[in-house]
Design a protein around this ligand. Structure first.
Ligand SMILES: COCC(O)(O)CCCCCNCCCN
Ligand SMILES: [Zn+2]
Length: 577
Protein backbone atom coordinates (compact mmCIF):
# COMPACT_ATOMS: atom_id res chain seq x y z
CA UNK A 1 0.00 0.00 0.00
CA UNK A 2 1.53 3.21 -0.96
CA UNK A 3 0.94 5.41 2.02
CA UNK A 4 0.95 8.96 1.12
CA UNK A 5 2.13 11.12 3.91
CA UNK A 6 -0.40 13.68 4.82
CA UNK A 7 1.06 17.08 5.39
CA UNK A 8 -1.20 19.23 7.46
CA UNK A 9 0.55 22.43 6.61
CA UNK A 10 -0.46 25.37 8.75
CA UNK A 11 0.78 28.65 7.44
CA UNK A 12 1.62 30.59 10.60
CA UNK A 13 -1.88 31.59 11.65
CA UNK A 14 -0.89 35.07 12.59
CA UNK A 15 1.78 36.91 10.65
CA UNK A 16 2.18 39.94 12.86
CA UNK A 17 1.84 38.79 16.47
CA UNK A 18 5.09 36.78 16.31
CA UNK A 19 7.62 35.65 18.98
CA UNK A 20 10.29 37.93 17.45
CA UNK A 21 8.39 40.89 18.92
CA UNK A 22 9.73 39.95 22.35
CA UNK A 23 13.17 38.80 21.26
CA UNK A 24 13.96 41.96 19.27
CA UNK A 25 12.61 44.20 22.03
CA UNK A 26 14.62 42.45 24.71
CA UNK A 27 17.64 42.30 22.41
CA UNK A 28 17.50 46.07 21.88
CA UNK A 29 17.28 46.66 25.64
CA UNK A 30 20.37 44.47 26.15
CA UNK A 31 22.26 46.12 23.28
CA UNK A 32 21.56 49.57 24.70
CA UNK A 33 22.80 48.55 28.15
CA UNK A 34 19.37 49.11 29.63
CA UNK A 35 18.78 45.63 31.08
CA UNK A 36 21.96 46.04 33.18
CA UNK A 37 20.34 49.08 34.81
CA UNK A 38 17.06 47.29 35.51
CA UNK A 39 16.03 44.71 38.07
CA UNK A 40 14.79 41.71 36.11
CA UNK A 41 11.72 40.48 37.99
CA UNK A 42 10.95 36.74 38.12
CA UNK A 43 7.79 35.73 36.25
CA UNK A 44 5.09 33.48 37.62
CA UNK A 45 1.83 32.02 36.40
CA UNK A 46 -1.31 33.82 37.52
CA UNK A 47 -3.57 31.66 39.67
CA UNK A 48 -7.27 31.13 38.99
CA UNK A 49 -8.41 33.63 41.61
CA UNK A 50 -6.43 36.38 39.91
CA UNK A 51 -7.79 35.56 36.45
CA UNK A 52 -11.31 35.47 37.91
CA UNK A 53 -10.90 39.10 39.01
CA UNK A 54 -11.90 39.92 35.43
CA UNK A 55 -12.93 36.74 33.60
CA UNK A 56 -15.85 34.34 34.15
CA UNK A 57 -15.51 30.80 35.48
CA UNK A 58 -16.89 29.31 32.32
CA UNK A 59 -14.41 31.21 30.13
CA UNK A 60 -11.45 30.18 32.32
CA UNK A 61 -12.65 26.56 32.32
CA UNK A 62 -12.92 26.63 28.52
CA UNK A 63 -9.41 28.03 28.08
CA UNK A 64 -8.11 25.42 30.56
CA UNK A 65 -9.13 22.69 28.08
CA UNK A 66 -7.04 24.07 25.20
CA UNK A 67 -3.71 22.40 26.11
CA UNK A 68 -5.36 19.00 25.67
CA UNK A 69 -7.10 19.81 22.40
CA UNK A 70 -6.15 18.44 18.99
CA UNK A 71 -5.33 20.96 16.29
CA UNK A 72 -8.77 20.40 14.84
CA UNK A 73 -10.46 21.07 18.18
CA UNK A 74 -8.27 24.14 18.66
CA UNK A 75 -9.32 25.55 15.30
CA UNK A 76 -12.94 24.84 16.18
CA UNK A 77 -12.50 26.47 19.60
CA UNK A 78 -10.95 29.55 18.01
CA UNK A 79 -13.82 30.10 15.60
CA UNK A 80 -16.09 31.27 18.44
CA UNK A 81 -13.80 34.27 19.04
CA UNK A 82 -12.52 37.04 16.79
CA UNK A 83 -8.99 37.36 15.50
CA UNK A 84 -7.34 35.20 18.13
CA UNK A 85 -5.24 32.08 17.66
CA UNK A 86 -5.04 29.23 20.17
CA UNK A 87 -2.02 26.99 20.50
CA UNK A 88 -1.66 24.11 23.02
CA UNK A 89 0.79 26.31 24.93
CA UNK A 90 -1.10 29.60 24.88
CA UNK A 91 -2.91 29.01 28.19
CA UNK A 92 0.46 28.67 29.93
CA UNK A 93 1.78 31.79 28.16
CA UNK A 94 -1.35 33.77 28.97
CA UNK A 95 -0.99 32.89 32.67
CA UNK A 96 2.65 34.01 32.54
CA UNK A 97 1.62 37.29 30.90
CA UNK A 98 -0.87 38.02 33.69
CA UNK A 99 1.60 36.83 36.33
CA UNK A 100 4.29 39.15 34.96
CA UNK A 101 1.99 42.16 35.13
CA UNK A 102 1.08 41.26 38.73
CA UNK A 103 4.75 40.80 39.70
CA UNK A 104 5.38 44.32 38.38
CA UNK A 105 2.42 45.76 40.31
CA UNK A 106 3.67 44.04 43.51
CA UNK A 107 7.19 45.42 43.10
CA UNK A 108 5.99 48.98 42.42
CA UNK A 109 3.33 49.08 45.16
CA UNK A 110 5.68 47.51 47.72
CA UNK A 111 8.24 50.16 46.85
CA UNK A 112 10.87 47.70 45.63
CA UNK A 113 11.09 49.58 42.33
CA UNK A 114 9.91 53.05 41.24
CA UNK A 115 8.33 51.83 38.01
CA UNK A 116 8.75 49.15 35.36
CA UNK A 117 7.72 47.49 32.14
CA UNK A 118 6.40 43.98 31.48
CA UNK A 119 7.26 42.60 28.04
CA UNK A 120 4.52 40.00 27.59
CA UNK A 121 2.78 37.85 24.98
CA UNK A 122 -0.10 37.25 24.43
CA UNK A 123 -1.30 40.85 24.88
CA UNK A 124 -4.49 41.60 26.75
CA UNK A 125 -6.54 44.74 26.20
CA UNK A 126 -9.11 43.22 23.81
CA UNK A 127 -10.01 40.17 25.89
CA UNK A 128 -13.36 40.39 27.64
CA UNK A 129 -15.01 38.73 30.63
CA UNK A 130 -15.97 35.64 28.65
CA UNK A 131 -14.22 36.01 25.33
CA UNK A 132 -10.80 36.06 23.77
CA UNK A 133 -10.31 38.67 21.05
CA UNK A 134 -7.65 40.35 18.94
CA UNK A 135 -4.69 38.11 19.88
CA UNK A 136 -5.71 38.44 23.58
CA UNK A 137 -6.64 35.64 25.98
CA UNK A 138 -6.60 37.23 29.47
CA UNK A 139 -6.79 40.97 30.04
CA UNK A 140 -3.39 41.52 31.67
CA UNK A 141 -3.85 45.20 32.53
CA UNK A 142 -7.49 44.94 33.67
CA UNK A 143 -6.53 42.09 36.02
CA UNK A 144 -3.56 44.16 37.25
CA UNK A 145 -5.90 47.05 38.09
CA UNK A 146 -8.38 44.84 39.99
CA UNK A 147 -5.46 43.16 41.76
CA UNK A 148 -4.00 46.51 42.85
CA UNK A 149 -7.38 47.62 44.22
CA UNK A 150 -8.05 44.33 46.03
CA UNK A 151 -4.59 43.61 47.44
CA UNK A 152 -3.30 47.13 48.11
CA UNK A 153 -6.51 49.12 48.49
CA UNK A 154 -5.45 51.48 45.72
CA UNK A 155 -8.22 54.09 45.46
CA UNK A 156 -7.78 55.54 41.97
CA UNK A 157 -6.04 53.98 38.98
CA UNK A 158 -5.36 55.67 35.64
CA UNK A 159 -5.04 53.30 32.67
CA UNK A 160 -3.51 54.94 29.59
CA UNK A 161 -3.84 52.84 26.45
CA UNK A 162 -1.61 54.26 23.73
CA UNK A 163 -1.90 51.12 21.58
CA UNK A 164 -3.42 52.04 18.22
CA UNK A 165 -6.39 49.71 18.77
CA UNK A 166 -9.23 50.35 21.19
CA UNK A 167 -8.91 48.18 24.29
CA UNK A 168 -12.63 47.46 24.44
CA UNK A 169 -11.95 44.67 26.95
CA UNK A 170 -10.61 47.22 29.44
CA UNK A 171 -13.44 49.65 28.70
CA UNK A 172 -16.15 47.03 29.34
CA UNK A 173 -14.45 45.92 32.53
CA UNK A 174 -14.44 49.37 34.16
CA UNK A 175 -17.22 51.30 32.37
CA UNK A 176 -19.24 51.71 35.58
CA UNK A 177 -16.25 51.98 37.91
CA UNK A 178 -15.23 55.54 38.96
CA UNK A 179 -12.05 54.24 40.64
CA UNK A 180 -10.49 53.34 37.28
CA UNK A 181 -10.10 56.06 34.64
CA UNK A 182 -9.54 54.42 31.26
CA UNK A 183 -8.05 56.55 28.47
CA UNK A 184 -7.61 55.13 24.98
CA UNK A 185 -6.78 56.62 21.64
CA UNK A 186 -7.24 54.36 18.66
CA UNK A 187 -7.42 54.29 14.91
CA UNK A 188 -11.15 54.51 14.19
CA UNK A 189 -11.83 56.10 10.78
CA UNK A 190 -15.48 56.59 11.66
CA UNK A 191 -15.90 52.94 12.73
CA UNK A 192 -14.33 51.60 9.55
CA UNK A 193 -11.26 50.29 11.40
CA UNK A 194 -11.11 47.10 13.49
CA UNK A 195 -12.75 46.27 15.90
CA UNK A 196 -15.35 48.51 14.21
CA UNK A 197 -17.27 49.25 17.41
CA UNK A 198 -19.64 52.15 18.00
CA UNK A 199 -18.52 51.66 21.62
CA UNK A 200 -15.09 53.03 20.65
CA UNK A 201 -16.35 56.48 19.75
CA UNK A 202 -15.75 59.70 21.73
CA UNK A 203 -19.30 59.80 23.12
CA UNK A 204 -18.91 56.57 25.09
CA UNK A 205 -17.94 58.09 28.43
CA UNK A 206 -18.78 55.34 30.93
CA UNK A 207 -22.03 54.37 32.67
CA UNK A 208 -23.73 55.22 35.94
CA UNK A 209 -21.13 55.85 38.61
CA UNK A 210 -18.49 55.43 35.93
CA UNK A 211 -19.75 58.25 33.70
CA UNK A 212 -16.79 60.43 32.75
CA UNK A 213 -14.20 57.80 33.65
CA UNK A 214 -13.94 56.35 30.16
CA UNK A 215 -12.21 58.53 27.56
CA UNK A 216 -12.12 57.45 23.90
CA UNK A 217 -10.10 59.51 21.43
CA UNK A 218 -10.83 58.24 17.90
CA UNK A 219 -8.21 58.88 15.20
CA UNK A 220 -10.36 59.28 12.09
CA UNK A 221 -7.33 59.65 9.85
CA UNK A 222 -4.03 57.77 9.59
CA UNK A 223 -0.65 59.49 9.45
CA UNK A 224 -0.97 61.08 12.86
CA UNK A 225 2.31 62.57 14.10
CA UNK A 226 4.06 63.54 17.33
CA UNK A 227 2.19 66.88 17.45
CA UNK A 228 -1.16 65.12 17.37
CA UNK A 229 -0.22 62.81 20.23
CA UNK A 230 1.23 65.68 22.32
CA UNK A 231 -1.82 67.87 21.72
CA UNK A 232 -4.12 65.16 23.07
CA UNK A 233 -1.89 64.74 26.14
CA UNK A 234 -1.61 68.50 26.81
CA UNK A 235 -5.20 69.52 26.07
CA UNK A 236 -7.15 66.50 27.26
CA UNK A 237 -5.41 63.65 29.11
CA UNK A 238 -3.10 65.56 31.47
CA UNK A 239 -5.65 68.11 32.73
CA UNK A 240 -8.15 65.30 33.47
CA UNK A 241 -5.48 62.99 34.90
CA UNK A 242 -4.32 65.72 37.33
CA UNK A 243 -7.89 66.42 38.35
CA UNK A 244 -8.39 62.65 38.91
CA UNK A 245 -5.09 62.41 40.85
CA UNK A 246 -4.43 58.65 40.49
CA UNK A 247 -2.49 56.58 43.06
CA UNK A 248 -1.19 54.28 40.31
CA UNK A 249 -0.71 54.58 36.54
CA UNK A 250 -0.97 51.49 34.32
CA UNK A 251 -0.05 51.76 30.65
CA UNK A 252 -1.39 49.49 27.93
CA UNK A 253 1.87 50.04 26.08
CA UNK A 254 1.10 49.09 22.52
CA UNK A 255 3.60 50.44 19.98
CA UNK A 256 1.53 49.87 16.85
CA UNK A 257 0.86 53.63 17.23
CA UNK A 258 4.45 54.24 16.07
CA UNK A 259 5.61 54.95 12.54
CA UNK A 260 6.09 51.96 10.24
CA UNK A 261 3.46 49.81 11.90
CA UNK A 262 1.25 47.96 9.39
CA UNK A 263 -1.77 48.09 11.72
CA UNK A 264 -1.56 51.70 12.82
CA UNK A 265 -0.22 53.42 9.70
CA UNK A 266 0.66 56.40 11.90
CA UNK A 267 3.75 58.60 11.65
CA UNK A 268 4.69 59.31 15.26
CA UNK A 269 8.37 58.52 15.88
CA UNK A 270 9.66 56.20 18.64
CA UNK A 271 11.06 59.11 20.71
CA UNK A 272 7.50 60.33 21.32
CA UNK A 273 7.12 57.45 23.79
CA UNK A 274 9.96 58.91 25.87
CA UNK A 275 7.81 62.02 26.35
CA UNK A 276 4.46 60.26 26.82
CA UNK A 277 6.07 58.07 29.50
CA UNK A 278 7.72 61.04 31.20
CA UNK A 279 4.55 63.13 31.28
CA UNK A 280 2.74 60.24 33.02
CA UNK A 281 5.60 59.73 35.52
CA UNK A 282 4.74 63.08 37.12
CA UNK A 283 1.48 61.47 38.31
CA UNK A 284 0.99 59.02 41.20
CA UNK A 285 4.42 59.98 42.56
CA UNK A 286 5.94 58.11 39.63
CA UNK A 287 4.27 54.73 40.32
CA UNK A 288 3.91 53.54 36.73
CA UNK A 289 3.58 49.98 35.33
CA UNK A 290 3.79 49.64 31.55
CA UNK A 291 2.58 46.35 30.03
CA UNK A 292 3.27 45.52 26.38
CA UNK A 293 0.23 45.24 24.11
CA UNK A 294 0.69 45.52 20.32
CA UNK A 295 3.47 46.74 18.02
CA UNK A 296 4.27 44.88 14.80
CA UNK A 297 7.05 46.74 13.04
CA UNK A 298 10.01 45.09 14.71
CA UNK A 299 12.24 48.15 14.18
CA UNK A 300 9.95 50.83 15.57
CA UNK A 301 8.75 48.43 18.26
CA UNK A 302 12.29 47.83 19.57
CA UNK A 303 13.16 51.55 19.41
CA UNK A 304 9.93 52.56 21.15
CA UNK A 305 10.43 50.00 23.94
CA UNK A 306 13.95 51.36 24.51
CA UNK A 307 12.69 54.96 24.57
CA UNK A 308 10.08 54.00 27.15
CA UNK A 309 12.46 52.06 29.41
CA UNK A 310 15.17 54.73 29.19
CA UNK A 311 12.68 57.32 30.44
CA UNK A 312 11.56 55.00 33.25
CA UNK A 313 15.26 54.87 34.22
CA UNK A 314 15.29 58.68 34.49
CA UNK A 315 17.46 59.49 31.48
CA UNK A 316 17.16 62.95 29.87
CA UNK A 317 14.47 63.21 27.20
CA UNK A 318 15.39 63.64 23.53
CA UNK A 319 14.12 67.03 22.26
CA UNK A 320 11.26 66.56 19.80
CA UNK A 321 12.10 68.46 16.66
CA UNK A 322 10.02 69.90 13.81
CA UNK A 323 6.74 69.72 15.65
CA UNK A 324 3.96 71.11 13.54
CA UNK A 325 0.45 71.75 14.86
CA UNK A 326 -2.25 69.13 15.30
CA UNK A 327 -4.09 68.32 12.09
CA UNK A 328 -7.72 69.28 11.56
CA UNK A 329 -8.95 65.73 12.17
CA UNK A 330 -7.22 65.75 15.55
CA UNK A 331 -8.79 69.10 16.43
CA UNK A 332 -12.20 67.73 15.51
CA UNK A 333 -11.71 64.63 17.65
CA UNK A 334 -10.39 66.71 20.54
CA UNK A 335 -13.33 69.08 20.32
CA UNK A 336 -15.80 66.16 20.35
CA UNK A 337 -14.17 64.40 23.30
CA UNK A 338 -13.88 67.60 25.35
CA UNK A 339 -17.52 68.43 24.67
CA UNK A 340 -18.58 64.91 25.69
CA UNK A 341 -16.63 65.15 28.94
CA UNK A 342 -17.19 68.83 29.81
CA UNK A 343 -19.94 67.96 32.29
CA UNK A 344 -17.73 65.39 34.03
CA UNK A 345 -14.44 67.29 34.47
CA UNK A 346 -14.16 70.80 35.88
CA UNK A 347 -10.89 71.37 33.98
CA UNK A 348 -12.97 71.31 30.78
CA UNK A 349 -15.81 73.47 32.10
CA UNK A 350 -14.38 76.81 31.03
CA UNK A 351 -12.31 75.37 28.23
CA UNK A 352 -12.87 77.20 24.98
CA UNK A 353 -14.35 75.43 22.00
CA UNK A 354 -11.69 74.38 19.55
CA UNK A 355 -12.22 75.86 16.16
CA UNK A 356 -11.03 73.41 13.56
CA UNK A 357 -10.19 76.15 11.11
CA UNK A 358 -6.47 75.95 10.98
CA UNK A 359 -4.45 79.09 10.97
CA UNK A 360 -2.00 78.16 8.28
CA UNK A 361 1.38 79.41 9.43
CA UNK A 362 3.78 80.74 6.85
CA UNK A 363 5.57 77.83 5.26
CA UNK A 364 3.57 75.19 7.10
CA UNK A 365 2.35 72.53 4.70
CA UNK A 366 -1.22 71.56 5.27
CA UNK A 367 -0.91 68.17 6.93
CA UNK A 368 -4.51 67.39 6.27
CA UNK A 369 -3.77 66.67 2.65
CA UNK A 370 -0.99 64.07 2.84
CA UNK A 371 2.16 65.32 1.13
CA UNK A 372 2.45 64.07 -2.43
CA UNK A 373 4.42 60.83 -2.53
CA UNK A 374 4.21 60.21 1.20
CA UNK A 375 0.88 58.46 1.07
CA UNK A 376 2.14 56.06 -1.62
CA UNK A 377 4.70 54.59 0.80
CA UNK A 378 3.49 51.48 2.63
CA UNK A 379 4.08 51.49 6.41
CA UNK A 380 6.97 49.07 6.02
CA UNK A 381 8.67 51.40 3.53
CA UNK A 382 8.50 54.36 5.90
CA UNK A 383 11.89 55.56 7.11
CA UNK A 384 12.67 57.70 10.11
CA UNK A 385 15.84 58.79 11.90
CA UNK A 386 17.26 56.54 14.61
CA UNK A 387 16.26 58.12 17.95
CA UNK A 388 19.15 60.29 19.22
CA UNK A 389 21.45 58.94 21.96
CA UNK A 390 20.30 60.16 25.36
CA UNK A 391 23.49 60.91 27.29
CA UNK A 392 23.39 61.32 31.07
CA UNK A 393 25.85 64.05 32.19
CA UNK A 394 28.28 62.76 34.82
CA UNK A 395 26.72 65.04 37.42
CA UNK A 396 22.95 65.28 37.74
CA UNK A 397 22.48 68.42 39.83
CA UNK A 398 24.49 71.27 41.27
CA UNK A 399 23.47 73.78 43.93
CA UNK A 400 25.06 77.24 44.04
CA UNK A 401 24.73 79.00 47.39
CA UNK A 402 24.63 82.77 47.95
CA UNK A 403 28.40 83.35 47.91
CA UNK A 404 28.81 81.26 44.77
CA UNK A 405 28.54 82.52 41.21
CA UNK A 406 25.94 81.18 38.82
CA UNK A 407 27.72 79.94 35.73
CA UNK A 408 25.04 78.39 33.54
CA UNK A 409 27.40 77.31 30.81
CA UNK A 410 28.46 74.31 32.87
CA UNK A 411 24.86 73.20 32.54
CA UNK A 412 24.64 73.88 28.87
CA UNK A 413 28.05 72.38 28.14
CA UNK A 414 26.71 69.05 29.35
CA UNK A 415 28.97 68.79 32.39
CA UNK A 416 25.92 68.70 34.63
CA UNK A 417 22.33 68.16 33.84
CA UNK A 418 20.65 70.84 35.92
CA UNK A 419 21.30 73.23 38.76
CA UNK A 420 19.81 75.45 41.43
CA UNK A 421 21.11 78.77 42.73
CA UNK A 422 20.13 80.81 45.77
CA UNK A 423 20.63 84.42 44.80
CA UNK A 424 20.20 87.83 46.41
CA UNK A 425 17.97 89.21 43.67
CA UNK A 426 16.30 86.60 41.46
CA UNK A 427 15.03 89.08 38.87
CA UNK A 428 18.37 90.79 38.43
CA UNK A 429 20.25 87.49 38.33
CA UNK A 430 17.84 86.22 35.71
CA UNK A 431 18.69 89.16 33.49
CA UNK A 432 22.42 88.54 33.99
CA UNK A 433 22.10 84.85 33.22
CA UNK A 434 20.07 85.54 30.09
CA UNK A 435 22.65 88.03 28.85
CA UNK A 436 25.56 85.79 29.88
CA UNK A 437 24.22 82.76 28.09
CA UNK A 438 23.16 84.71 25.03
CA UNK A 439 26.58 86.37 24.80
CA UNK A 440 29.07 83.83 26.18
CA UNK A 441 27.58 80.55 25.11
CA UNK A 442 27.18 79.73 21.45
CA UNK A 443 24.54 82.05 20.09
CA UNK A 444 22.71 79.11 18.57
CA UNK A 445 21.45 78.25 22.01
CA UNK A 446 17.95 79.54 22.43
CA UNK A 447 16.67 80.50 25.79
CA UNK A 448 13.26 79.80 26.99
CA UNK A 449 11.48 83.10 27.27
CA UNK A 450 10.11 83.64 30.73
CA UNK A 451 6.57 82.94 29.73
CA UNK A 452 4.18 85.78 30.47
CA UNK A 453 1.78 84.06 32.79
CA UNK A 454 -1.67 85.63 33.12
CA UNK A 455 -0.97 89.09 34.44
CA UNK A 456 -2.69 88.61 37.75
CA UNK A 457 -0.90 85.26 38.11
CA UNK A 458 -2.84 82.10 38.70
CA UNK A 459 -4.00 82.40 42.23
CA UNK A 460 -5.10 78.84 42.65
CA UNK A 461 -3.52 75.50 41.90
CA UNK A 462 -6.14 74.51 39.35
CA UNK A 463 -5.72 77.70 37.38
CA UNK A 464 -1.96 77.30 37.45
CA UNK A 465 -2.24 73.65 36.38
CA UNK A 466 -4.41 74.72 33.44
CA UNK A 467 -1.81 77.29 32.44
CA UNK A 468 0.89 74.62 32.69
CA UNK A 469 -0.84 72.13 30.41
CA UNK A 470 -2.58 74.39 27.93
CA UNK A 471 0.11 77.05 27.63
CA UNK A 472 3.50 76.19 29.04
CA UNK A 473 3.86 72.61 27.80
CA UNK A 474 2.71 73.26 24.21
CA UNK A 475 4.84 76.42 24.06
CA UNK A 476 7.86 74.65 25.47
CA UNK A 477 7.58 71.80 22.98
CA UNK A 478 7.17 74.19 20.09
CA UNK A 479 9.98 76.50 21.23
CA UNK A 480 12.32 73.58 21.94
CA UNK A 481 14.79 75.59 24.10
CA UNK A 482 18.32 74.49 24.96
CA UNK A 483 18.06 75.73 28.51
CA UNK A 484 15.15 76.17 30.86
CA UNK A 485 15.63 79.05 33.29
CA UNK A 486 13.08 78.73 36.06
CA UNK A 487 12.91 81.71 38.41
CA UNK A 488 10.80 81.75 41.54
CA UNK A 489 9.90 85.36 42.01
CA UNK A 490 8.98 86.52 45.49
CA UNK A 491 5.21 86.58 45.86
CA UNK A 492 4.63 84.46 42.76
CA UNK A 493 1.70 82.82 44.51
CA UNK A 494 2.84 79.39 43.35
CA UNK A 495 2.43 76.85 46.13
CA UNK A 496 5.34 74.51 46.86
CA UNK A 497 3.90 71.30 45.41
CA UNK A 498 2.80 73.13 42.28
CA UNK A 499 6.35 74.49 42.08
CA UNK A 500 7.68 70.95 42.32
CA UNK A 501 5.25 69.71 39.64
CA UNK A 502 6.30 72.61 37.40
CA UNK A 503 10.01 71.88 37.96
CA UNK A 504 9.35 68.24 37.11
CA UNK A 505 7.35 68.90 33.94
CA UNK A 506 9.90 71.42 32.63
CA UNK A 507 12.47 68.60 32.53
CA UNK A 508 10.64 67.56 29.36
CA UNK A 509 12.67 70.20 27.51
CA UNK A 510 16.32 70.93 26.75
CA UNK A 511 17.64 67.43 27.70
CA UNK A 512 16.56 68.33 31.22
CA UNK A 513 19.00 71.29 31.34
CA UNK A 514 17.21 73.39 33.91
CA UNK A 515 18.68 76.23 35.94
CA UNK A 516 16.51 77.25 38.88
CA UNK A 517 17.00 80.63 40.58
CA UNK A 518 15.62 81.11 44.09
CA UNK A 519 15.74 84.15 46.34
CA UNK A 520 18.22 83.46 49.13
CA UNK A 521 15.48 83.89 51.74
CA UNK A 522 13.55 81.14 49.98
CA UNK A 523 15.78 78.49 51.61
CA UNK A 524 12.80 76.27 52.41
CA UNK A 525 12.34 75.72 48.71
CA UNK A 526 15.90 74.43 48.10
CA UNK A 527 15.28 70.89 49.36
CA UNK A 528 12.01 70.25 47.53
CA UNK A 529 13.39 71.76 44.31
CA UNK A 530 16.67 69.83 44.49
CA UNK A 531 14.70 66.63 45.09
CA UNK A 532 12.89 67.10 41.77
CA UNK A 533 16.08 68.07 39.93
CA UNK A 534 17.63 64.83 41.19
CA UNK A 535 14.81 62.90 39.50
CA UNK A 536 12.49 62.21 42.41
CA UNK A 537 8.76 62.36 41.66
CA UNK A 538 6.79 65.40 42.76
CA UNK A 539 4.14 64.85 45.45
CA UNK A 540 0.56 64.78 44.14
CA UNK A 541 -1.40 68.02 43.93
CA UNK A 542 -4.50 66.25 45.23
CA UNK A 543 -7.77 66.06 43.34
CA UNK A 544 -7.99 69.45 41.68
CA UNK A 545 -11.18 71.50 42.12
CA UNK A 546 -12.55 73.65 39.29
CA UNK A 547 -10.22 76.48 38.39
CA UNK A 548 -11.48 79.99 39.05
CA UNK A 549 -13.38 81.39 36.10
CA UNK A 550 -11.18 84.47 35.94
CA UNK A 551 -8.05 82.29 35.81
CA UNK A 552 -9.46 80.11 33.04
CA UNK A 553 -10.45 83.22 31.10
CA UNK A 554 -7.02 84.78 31.63
CA UNK A 555 -5.40 81.66 30.19
CA UNK A 556 -7.84 81.68 27.27
CA UNK A 557 -7.08 85.34 26.52
CA UNK A 558 -3.36 84.65 26.67
CA UNK A 559 -3.72 81.61 24.47
CA UNK A 560 -5.68 83.49 21.83
CA UNK A 561 -2.95 86.16 21.80
CA UNK A 562 -0.21 83.54 21.43
CA UNK A 563 -1.96 81.18 19.10
CA UNK A 564 -1.08 83.19 16.01
CA UNK A 565 2.57 82.21 16.43
CA UNK A 566 2.39 78.92 18.30
CA UNK A 567 0.57 76.13 16.54
CA UNK A 568 0.73 73.51 19.27
CA UNK A 569 -1.92 75.46 21.04
CA UNK A 570 -5.46 74.86 20.02
CA UNK A 571 -7.03 77.64 17.98
CA UNK A 572 -10.07 78.47 20.09
CA UNK A 573 -13.11 80.53 19.25
CA UNK A 574 -15.33 82.18 21.90
CA UNK A 575 -15.02 80.29 25.15
CA UNK A 576 -18.40 78.79 25.90
CA UNK A 577 -19.96 79.74 29.22
C1 LIG B 1 -3.75 43.70 22.73
O1 LIG B 1 -3.67 43.35 21.40
C2 LIG B 1 -2.78 44.14 20.73
C3 LIG B 1 -3.46 44.69 19.51
O2 LIG B 1 -4.37 45.70 19.89
O3 LIG B 1 -2.44 45.27 18.74
C4 LIG B 1 -4.19 43.55 18.79
C5 LIG B 1 -4.65 44.00 17.45
C6 LIG B 1 -5.52 42.94 16.80
C7 LIG B 1 -5.68 43.29 15.35
C8 LIG B 1 -6.65 42.37 14.68
N1 LIG B 1 -6.76 42.73 13.28
C9 LIG B 1 -7.93 42.10 12.70
C10 LIG B 1 -8.11 42.50 11.29
C11 LIG B 1 -9.38 41.88 10.76
N2 LIG B 1 -9.52 42.22 9.36
ZN1 LIG C 1 -2.89 47.26 18.85
Amino acid sequence: MNCRSLFVHFSPACKIEVPERLTVSHGALVRNGLTDRCICLPVREAVDAEILLVHSEEYLEAVKQTPHMTLEDLKEFTLQYGDVYFHPNIYHCAKLAVGSALQLVDSVLMGKVKNGMALVRPPGHHSMRSAANGFCVFNNVAIAAQYAKQKYGVKRILIVDWDIHHGQGVQYCFEDDPSVLYFSWHRYEHQKFWPNLKDSDYDIVGKGEGAGFNINVPWNKVGMENSDYLSVFCHLLLPIAYEFCPDLVLVCAGFDSAIGDPEGEMCATPDIFAHLTYLLMNLAEGKLCAVLEGGYNLTSLAQSVCQTVQTLLGDPLPPLTNLTGPCRSTLESLQCVRAAHRQHWSCLRHAGTISTKRIKLSGEGNKDEAEVGEEQKSPEEKIWPEPPKRICPPVCSAVVLPDGVVCPDIIILFQIRNGLALVGDAAMTMTCVVQYVAAEVDSRYELIKNFPFPSQGCTDTSGFAQAMFSLLLPLGYQYNPSLVLLVRMPGSGVCDIMWQQLTGLLQSFAHGHTLVLLQEDDKACVGPTASILLGNPAPPLGQLPASLKEDAEAVERLRSRLQADWNLLLTTGESTK
